[in-house]
Design a protein around this ligand. Structure first.
Ligand code: NAD
Length: 352
């Protein structure tokens, strides 16, 4: 066995249908008395419901979160938190909402209770992002790691198939890259393989029957594992490319992950054979990259960059940006091979 370091910050995770009923208890358990509730305008109904459940523990609400945490939004939310003398935050929504909570906690060091309603996984990581002047900067800081996370599959029933599928593939991407991470370790690899298994078996059902609570529970369980993997080990070329394509070409986050994943996996096929074996096994496929592509097709998710409006003449620049300051990757990266990977993803043919 390869030597390894396992360095994992503790978080309290409450998982199950109806776990939202424990919200007030979980907030009190942290000693928080004046919680600021955060959401996007679209998820306001969740925030209103949380306010009712919290009663006097709720100090107020900021329901203006948007994708990629613009610094102006973070400043407005920090100001609201200060005015209300909040001593903790509740984030209820997808990665955009969790990201806003992290941006406030980064300055105040006060605790976050996260209630995720998508499969993005941010609630399990100490990674934060802030966008200033059109450039998104990310960092890691333990102050932003939510102290408690409540996963209630019932809150995901309203997530439409066209968001559920790519969001689930985003979680699978964390698992795939965790298996060939530079700092991979056996415990996180167990979680990664189990995450892929749970999502691969549940997503086809979730998109066909969005109100199937068993499948929703399985998918959210897989998302929890994916987020844990993302928080625990380093990512590689796939995440680097998605960061570049999302940040510099404004492509939608989960959809970019869905499209790139089969091609990034094919790119690393020879360099990470054990990871490929585990991914293929978890997908019940003979090849990892093809299995991921087939899953995307099966759930009706996008399979080409063309489809999600990536400009063809941007591929050169994307390849240059992704290789300028590369993350670790099991196969060394260079502009030419990454340009080819992007071309394959642009065309969207099944990886050979
Ligand atoms: P999101 O929060 O913007 O949600 C995606 C869409 O789903 C939105 O339109 C939202 O209104 C809708 N939605 C959310 N929950 C819903 C529900 N239950 N029912 C109906 N609609 C619902 O995006 P996301 O995909 O969850 O997260 C993406 C963002 O999170 C990106 O900014 C990404 O960079 C960030 N992220 C960060 C980390 C990290 O570790 N820091 C990890 C993953 C993602």
């Amino acid at each position: 066995m390869r030597p390894f370091v396992y360095d994992h910050a503790a978080q309290r995770v409450i998982f199950g249908i109806g776990s939202i009923e424990r919200l007030a208890d979980e907030v009190s358990r942290l000693g928080v008395r004046r919680v600021l509730i955060l959401s996007t305008p679209a998820e306001r109904r969740f925030a209103d419901d949380a306010a009712r459940r919290l009663g006097s523990l709720s100090a107020g609400m900021f329901a203006e979160a948007v994708m990629h945490v613009p610094i102006e939004t973070a400043r407005a939310a920090r100001q609201r938190a200060a005015e209300l003398e909040a001593d903790g935050y509740l984030t209820i929504g997808g990665g955009s909402t969790t990201g806003l909570g992290k941006a406030i906690a980064l300055e105040s060091s006060l605790p976050i209770v996260a209630v995720p309603t998508t499969y993005a996984g941010s609630e399990m990581t100490s990674i934060y992002g802030l966008t200033e002047g059109g450039i998104k900067k990310t960092g890691r800081d333990r102050r932003v790691l939510p102290a408690a996370v409540l996963y209630d599959p019932a809150l995901t029933l309203s997530l439409p198939p066209q968001i559920s599928g790519p969001s689930g593939m985003n979680a699978i991407a964390h698992c795939v890259e965790g298996l060939y991470a530079e700092d991979a370790n056996p415990i996180i690899s167990l979680m990664a393989a189990e995450g892929i298994r749970a999502l691969a078996r549940s997503l086809p059902i979730v998109v066909r029957q969005p109100d199937n609570l068993d499948a929703r529970s399985d998918a959210l369980y897989g998302a929890w594992l994916g987020g844990t993997v993302l928080g625990a080990v380093g990512m590689a070329i796939h995440h680097k490319l998605c960061h570049v394509l999302g940040g510099s070409f404004n492509l939608p986050h989960a959809e970019v992950h869905t499209v790139i994943l089969p091609y990034a996996t094919a790119f690393n096929r020879e360099a990470a054979p054990e990871a490929m074996r585990l991914v293929a096994g978890a997908l019940n496929a003979s090849d990892a990259a093809q299995g991921l592509y087939d899953l995307a097709v099966q759930i009706g998710a996008p399979t080409s960059l063309k489809e999600i409006d990536m400009p063809l003449d941007g591929l050169d620049r994307a390849a240059t940006l992704a290789t300028a300051n590369p993350y670790y990757n099991p196969r060394p990266v260079d502009v030419q091979s990454v340009r080819q990977l992007l071309q394959d993803a642009y065309d969207g043919r099944r990886p050979s």
